[in-house]
Design a binder for this molecule. Sequence first.
Ligand code: FES
Length: 69
Amino acid sequence: MYMCLCKGITESDVREAGRAGFVMPSQLKCKFGLKQDGSCGRCAKHIHEFVELAIEGASAFCQTSVNRS
Ligand code: FES
């Protein structure tokens, strides 16, 4: 599912960002350029959804790493 239509950001993009350590609202806004370059910024109003997905991605990565060791 698309999280940002202007930039074509999907849920999997956000989870991947979480695995890379981007989990804070300001980090996610900066990484994906929300509210920049003339984009509408509508998705930035729901930044908490980005954060939840990013944390989910980071948690899944941690569990996978633990299970492999
Ligand atoms: S929907 Fe994300 S900037 Fe427009």
